[in-house]
Design a protein. Structure first.
Length: 341
């Protein structure tokens, strides 16, 4: 009996030693584990860089996991508007969404930093800020509200479009301009003398076509993707916001994933980010050239002095929101900007 007991103890010890190694081996194999289906939704049209990159993420994940992890992409508000997508993330009924920053101000004041007009001097400055401590701090402050931040995608610089030539803040006087449902955006254009009206993106084309709106503001990807240039003559390169669209995961869903799957997905997202930013920059230049040469639209490039006049006119926005956002965050951005001037 003693010999039997010793044998059993030896056997149990061997099993105990083997099982963690077996689990580790399984975790190391991305093709092993539960099947994962990831729905990614956004409000932009199919074919824009964030949409192309989302589909590429799906291809990469499927390839690396031999089809165990798959992605379904839902563009053009197919699953709802920005507010509805964020609600679905919180409930865990949607795995990922690419949101507009403007809609995240309801969850943390720090995201308002990215809506300050004329904040960044260049793409490089914006990317350094977003990929560094500032961007990660904002993501961490979104987690209590149910969001896991994965990447700051590039949507391009936001520019004003209008049927009226605009070169100085006074030219915006009295224009009804469609903006997102974000108080800072409203305050910005009201400070320029315009009348800012929040409206769903899906309703914008018709509003411009019917002339219930005089102007709007968007990056070239959306101006082209939704054919806004058809109902607006001038594109004024105000570059008032570096438009970043965060890729967010549902925290409820994310926390249920294995650590191995979390690391795998984040790694593929990091590759997607590099691809998307490069594609976005190339796409922005191509679309500007395309729209500028169609014989119908006029693209106005503001001089540094003209852009500075717009920033000066928007100073009340900084005065109002600076204390909420945190002057320290704004100073960190200013320090980064100095490197690229």
């Amino acid at each position: 009996m003693k010999k039997l007991s010793v044998c059993l103890l030896v056997l149990m010890a061997a099993i105990a030693a083997f099982m963690p190694a077996a689990w580790a081996a399984e975790d190391a194999d991305p093709t092993k584990g539960e099947k994962v289906v990831i729905k990614i939704a956004h409000v932009s049209q199919a074919g824009v860089p964030i949409d192309v990159a989302s589909n590429k993420l799906g291809e990469d994940l499927s390839k690396k996991t031999d089809g165990r992890i798959t992605v379904q992409v839902f563009p053009a508000s197919a699953l709802g508007n920005n507010t509805e997508l964020l609600e679905q993330l919180q409930m865990g009924t949607l795995e990922m969404a690419i949101s507009s920053v403007a809609f995240l101000g309801a969850f943390t004041d720090s995201t308002k930093l990215l809506d300050l007009p004329y904040l960044f001097e260049s793409d490089a400055a914006a990317e350094e800020v977003l990929d560094g401590p500032v961007g990660q701090k904002i993501f961490s402050q979104l987690e209590p509200s149910g969001f896991k931040g994965l990447a700051w995608l590039a949507t391009g610089w936001r520019h004003v479009t209008s049927n009226t030539e605009v070169r100085k803040p006074e030219d915006m006087q009295g224009q009804k301009i469609r903006v997102m449902e974000n108080q800072m955006h409203i305050d910005h254009f009201n400070a320029l003398g315009a009348s800012a009206v929040p409206m769903a993106f899906s309703e914008l084309y018709t509003a411009l076509q019917n002339k219930t709106m005089d102007a709007e503001e968007n990056p070239f990807a959306n101006i082209d993707g939704n054919r806004l240039y058809e109902v607006q003559k001038y594109i004024i390169k105000t570059g008032h916001i570096y438009d970043t669209s965060p890729l967010l995961a549902s925290k409820v869903w994310w926390d249920k994933l294995s650590k191995a799957d979390q690391e795998l997905i984040q790694g593929c997202v990091n590759d997607m980010l590099k691809f998307e930013r490069k594609l976005s920059a190339e796409n922005e230049a191509e679309l500007e050239a395309k729209i500028g040469s169609n014989g119908k639209n006029v693209i106005i490039t503001l001089t540094p002095e003209e852009r500075a006049a717009f920033k000066n006119a928007a100073k009340p926005v900084y005065d109002k929101y600076g204390p909420q956002i945190g002057e320290d965050l704004i100073k960190q951005v200013e320090e980064v900007n100095k490197k690229y001037k």
